[in-house]
Write a protein that binds this ligand. Structure first.
Ligand SMILES: Cc1cc2nc3c(=O)[nH]c(=O)nc-3n(C[C@H](O)[C@H](O)[C@H](O)COP(=O)(O)OP(=O)(O)OC[C@H]3O[C@@H](n4cnc5c(N)ncnc54)[C@H](O)[C@@H]3O)c2cc1C
Length: 395
């Protein structure tokens, strides 16, 4: 959606395909970090973004037995000293509305790209076959950008296989009502039998229970009441509200993957976002990296497309060269934290033995000056992008 907007804004005929009929899926991250706030500002969208329903979080906290304690502190970051928690469908809707101003832009909902088309003579990918409710559609293109997420159909169709970097966990994702007496923040809750994340979405908590990889079938074979009790033991203030969780159907399994393509492009085809590098939920940076990829891509490919040229391989390879370092560094930090913090905690799952506080967490709890370091790493990221693609006047 972001790349579609940037290309349309530059005056390039752009088609965005989305296989679903709306953006209203629940299991999307909500964390809009300062790096993305900066991009929205550069696009003149920050004021409209600020009007979306959101929680501004200046510190991320862990909920310990003696109450919430800060571990990540955004307050020193400039010019946006906070993380915005915004339902992703609202952000996507905002981008869709802005893109719709450009008559050469079109967004096809319920349009699923199913197959790539390759020019037999040149070997270059030159379009996609798409399934829509009104029949199949062939779309020809000077460039196809696969932004179709971690299960990318286009990546598979191009015969590309990402390198799996491993993740010890999956996530069970569910909602719990938020009541008047509840704490106000957004929390990680370490505790007996695993790790819980509570995202404050105003009138409800979006809860994420971290479970060992592949353990969902075993966990969900238990009575729901056992699961609810294990959550209530970690966050006792949720005990009453957990009553509203009536069936396992309300608990979704989100599989965590961390992987990376070795080569992000083929002739006529480029992959960005999770299709090029699936991110762990740690730090809530996946959306933000995907947006940085989109900005870098537009910065690199707008000029040749505007000149009526099909971006060649060296041009497409520049996108990967630009974005590989931030991807590697961020995934490196995520996999280290998975290994050091999450995996040891998960070994205690089902035992109700207390999880030992990792030394990194102890340091962050003790030294407030250290807390702005993770805020900078996750909030701003590495090699920050700025919008440099041109802006075409709306006729
Ligand atoms: C449990 C979990 C929690 C997470 N929490 C966060 C978080 O809080 N914050 C954060 O920043 N990141 C989070 N992430 C990571 C984040 O979800 C991804 O990194 C991010 O969504 C990647 O964006 P994307 O645009 O590349 O792909 P996606 O967001 O997956 O978007 C791909 C889009 O393409 C559409 N699509 C797929 N196939 C086709 C097709 N064939 N034709 C047409 N359309 C298609 C899909 O419907 C979808 O809309 C989390 C990940 C997990 C697993």
């Amino acid at each position: 959606m972001m790349l579609g907007l940037l290309l349309a804004r530059a005056g390039i005929e752009t088609i965005v395909l989305e296989k679903h009929g709306d953006f209203l899926r629940d299991f999307r991250g909500d964390t809009v970090h300062p790096s993305t706030l900066q991009i929205l500002d550069e696009l003149g969208l920050k004021q409209r973004f600020d009007k979306l329903p959101q929680q501004r979080v200046s510190q991320l906290e862990v909920l310990l037995a003696d109450g919430p304690r800060p571990v990540i502190d955004f307050r020193k970051l400039k010019p946006y000293p906070y993380l915005a928690l915004v339902p992703q469908w609202d952000l996507l809707e905002l981008l869709a509305q802005e893109s719709a101003h450009y008559p050469w832009y079109s967004l096809h909902m319920q349009a699923e790209a199913v197959r790539l088309i390759r020019d037999e003579t040149s070997g270059r990918f030159c379009g996609v076959h798409t399934q829509t409710p009104s029949g199949n559609l062939r779309i020809n293109a000077d460039l196809i950008v696969g932004c179709d997420g971690r299960q990318s159909v286009l990546r598979h169709a191009a015969g590309l296989q990402p390198q799996n970097l491993g993740a010890p966990m999956d996530v069970l994702w569910f909602r719990v009502p938020r009541s008047a007496g509840h704490p106000n923040g957004t929390y990680g809750v370490p505790g007996s039998g695993g790790f819980l994340v509570l995202l404050n979405r105003g009138d409800y908590w979006q809860a994420a229970a971290v479970i060992p990889k592949g353990d969902a079938a075993r966990t969900m074979a238990q009575p729901l009441s056992s699961f609810k009790s294990s959550i209530a033991r970690r966050a006792p203030f949720l005990s009453n509200e957990l009553e509203s969780l009536l069936s396992w159907d309300e608990v979704k399994l989100l599989e965590v993957r961390v992987d990376r393509l070795q080569r992000w492009n083929q002739p006529g085809l480029l992959f960005i976002g999770d299709a090029a590098h699936a991110m762990s939920p740690i730090g809530g940076v996946g959306i933000n990296l995907a947006i940085q990829d989109a900005v870098a891509t537009a910065n690199i490919i707008a000029a040749p497309l505007l000149a009526g040229l099909q971006p060649d391989e060296p041009t497409l390879a520049r996108v990967q060269r630009r974005r590989m370092l931030p991807t590697r560094l961020t995934q490196g930090i995520q996999t280290t934290l998975q290994h050091r913090l999450i995996a040891p905690a998960l070994q205690k799952t089902g035992t109700d033995k207390p999880v030992e506080m990792p030394s990194l967490l102890k340091l962050l709890l003790r030294w407030d000056t250290l807390r702005s370091i993770p805020a900078r790493i996750f909030g701003l990221g590495f090699r920050r992008e700025h919008v440099r693609s041109p802006k075409h006047k709306i006729p």
